[in-house]
Design a binder for this molecule. Structure first.
Ligand SMILES: [Zn+2]
Ligand SMILES: [Zn+2]
Length: 279
């Protein structure tokens, strides 16, 4: 697997990504807070296990009030683990795409990971990976799925994009007014081996979605194309640093155009791992 290089001056601070958009990196994954004009805000993703108290204190310091909702890009354990506790404490709904529901209602586990996809972090994590699926119970709500413009009342000014491939119901969020794009795990801005690197050591470069857990590579490619077509000015991923600047849209276009070479793992290309996994 290769990468698209990013000029280091296009890295932006996670606590000042774009107007009203801030993030928090916990271990190897980011969560985001998006503020709205009326003073409310929305939490995007909810981190790894045992991050709830960290997110809670960050939210208090940063926003001084609970969010209006928690919105999930997808249901992987590193994006949802704080959701149950936080939703309870804050008394807010948790939104996700309906195709993620089986994994968020305790009904189903994601397909087995492709351990041989290369890159080092997840095997190290494997002893701590939660076994059973998450169950968000009654608080879980479905994101809108149909219509020309998919929007959510809690996220005014943002468009929802279904970007499947990494998981069936993966979604991304785009604010057209300033070209800010939150991509979850549709792609990363660091290589998986660098997920745990100290901040200054973590080089910014575009990579495909985290490969161990990506279940459909054809869809993943189509989703990166869809995101590249937006020509974003700022991108903030679940893994890696947020980026902003002139070169971002061009770099994303290159990732989309050369997706096979840059993102699809060797054992998928060679056919020893299927391109589409039963989910
Ligand atoms: Zn994921
Ligand atoms: Zn992730």
């Amino acid at each position: 697997m290769d990468k698209v290089e990013i000029a280091q001056d296009e890295v932006v601070a996670i606590d000042a990504i774009a107007l009203g958009v801030v993030g928090l990196k916990i271990a190897f994954v980011n969560v985001f807070g998006v503020s709205h004009e009326d003073g409310s805000w929305t939490l995007i993703d909810a981190g790894i296990p045992f991050s709830a108290s960290r997110i809670k204190s960050w939210a208090k310091e940063t926003f001084g009030r609970p969010p209006n909702a928690i919105v999930l890009t997808h249901g992987h354990f590193d994006h949802v683990s704080g959701a149950e506790e936080l939703a309870e404490v804050w008394d807010v709904p948790v939104y996700a795409h309906r195709l993620e529901f089986p994994y968020l209602r305790g009904e189903k586990e994601y397909p087995a990971p492709n351990w041989a996809a290369g890159g080092g972090v997840m095997p190290l994590m494997s002893p701590t990976l939660p076994r059973g699926p998450v169950d968000l119970g009654e608080r879980l709500r479905a994101l809108p799925e149909e219509g020309a413009e998919l929007t959510l009342a809690e996220l005014p000014g943002w468009t929802l994009l279904h970007t499947p491939g990494h998981t069936p119901g993966h979604v991304s969020f785009f604010r057209e007014s300033d070209g800010t794009l939150l991509v979850g795990d549709a792609f990363c801005t660091t290589k998986p081996e660098s997920f745990f690197a100290a901040n200054f050591m973590q080089p910014a470069e575009l990579h495909g979605p985290p490969s161990y857990f990506t279940s459909d590579w054809e869809q993943a490619k189509a989703s990166v194309r869809k995101l590249a077509a937006l020509r974003p000015a700022t991108v903030a991923p679940g893994h890696g640093k947020p980026l902003a600047g002139e070169g971002v849209a061009a770099a994303l276009e290159r990732l989309a155009a050369e997706f096979e070479a840059l993102a699809v793992p060797e054992n998928v290309k060679q056919g020893s791992e299927p391109r589409h996994k039963e989910s």
